[in-house]
Design a protein around this ligand. Sequence first.
Ligand SMILES: Cc1cc2nc3c(=O)[nH]c(=O)nc-3n(C[C@H](O)[C@H](O)[C@H](O)COP(=O)(O)OP(=O)(O)OC[C@H]3O[C@@H](n4cnc5c(N)ncnc54)[C@H](O)[C@@H]3O)c2cc1C
Length: 381
Amino acid sequence: MNTTPATDTGGAVGTAAVDTVIIGGGQSGLALGYYLAQQHRDFVILDAGTRVGDAWRSRWDSLRLFTPAKYDGLPGRPFPGDPLAFPTKDEQADYLEDYASRFHLPVRPNSAVTRLSHDGQRFQVTAGTQRWTAANVVLATGACQLPRTPGFAAELPSDVVQLHSHQYRNPGQLQPGSVLVVGVGNSGAEIALETSRTHETWLAGKPSGELPFRHGRAAARFVFPVIRFAGLHVLTTNTPVGRKALPKIGAMARPLIRTKLADLGAAGVHLVPRVTGVEDGEVMLDGGRRLSVANVIWCTGFTEAYPWLDIPALPANWREQQHRGIVDALPGLYLLGKELIFAEASETLPGVGRDAKYLAKRLAATRTPQPAAEVRSGLAA
Ligand SMILES: Cc1cc2nc3c(=O)[nH]c(=O)nc-3n(C[C@H](O)[C@H](O)[C@H](O)COP(=O)(O)OP(=O)(O)OC[C@H]3O[C@@H](n4cnc5c(N)ncnc54)[C@H](O)[C@@H]3O)c2cc1C
């Protein structure tokens, strides 16, 4: 397997040919890599981060997974330790790093893909000075790419500290004064609970319910198996109930998993209606109330985005025209680990291994003839 692009003496890089490029070396890219390595396939995993696991490592300091360890492992390697424990985000990151090295997966860190094109025959992948051609490309870049923040955030006075949840690490980043957390999803609720210990905290938005049991070891033992079964086998595009429910689930906010509204109340978090705009430096709430705060944390979610995708022939709705990660519009293009691509669990650790196995089987069934091992670009003459 030659997955190293040739380099000329000036640091410019030639073009290496591989069968499959996986863009993204998070849990999705690694799970697929495990299966492709078993097939002895010629592939490479390009990742923008400096270390495997960085997507988890860069989340806020106190984050623990919602899913118990027994569901947090990838194919071929159970998550070590107590199966009913909830790993910290760093333990999960370290597990992924160990996984990549244990199975010798060809991950190339510091390789942010800046362009993906197609010449009618093969894909061209550019990552800085590296270039690859491939018969198949798998987009495993996660569902949390572009942080979403409302446009009126820019109208807040410059002395208000503003962070998106992906930038938030701990309350030490905040200035004295009150905090407004915008968005009552799981991130918003957990972050508000944390900031309420050091700052007066307001939490804006409409809660969309909470799980009707306490999150913890007992739930991991008795309730999570049922949730996992439903997310993996019932709520899929293969079942009538799944086909009906998945579009609705996609459009809905998820219920709170670990934090209860009663916990927020007991911690003194003020629950207020959704934010509608900014006026005279103050935050406007639905119903007309105004808030003047020192800090705002936007827990307003993410958008899946591919700004580097440069394939004009793809129809605008190519993302919707996919089945179990196989993009109908362009043979050889695949998605993995994205929200609801097959099942309710597709974007999560309990679901990604099964989706990866399916894609690997499809890739094996459509093995394409390989061109010469190395296609020189002319740069490295
Ligand atoms: C706060 C939070 C808590 C969560 N908790 C849980 C939980 O408890 N259990 C659970 O199962 N799921 C959880 N999830 C959901 C899900 O498991 C994670 O989002 C997970 O990180 C998704 O894995 P992934 O490999 O698909 O994407 P990511 O982990 O996001 O990995 C994508 C990789 O692609 C790389 N990348 C992106 N763009 C490029 C590019 N242009 N070129 C090269 N590389 C690129 C990134 O560097 C990254 O390493 C949580 C999500 C969040 C946000």
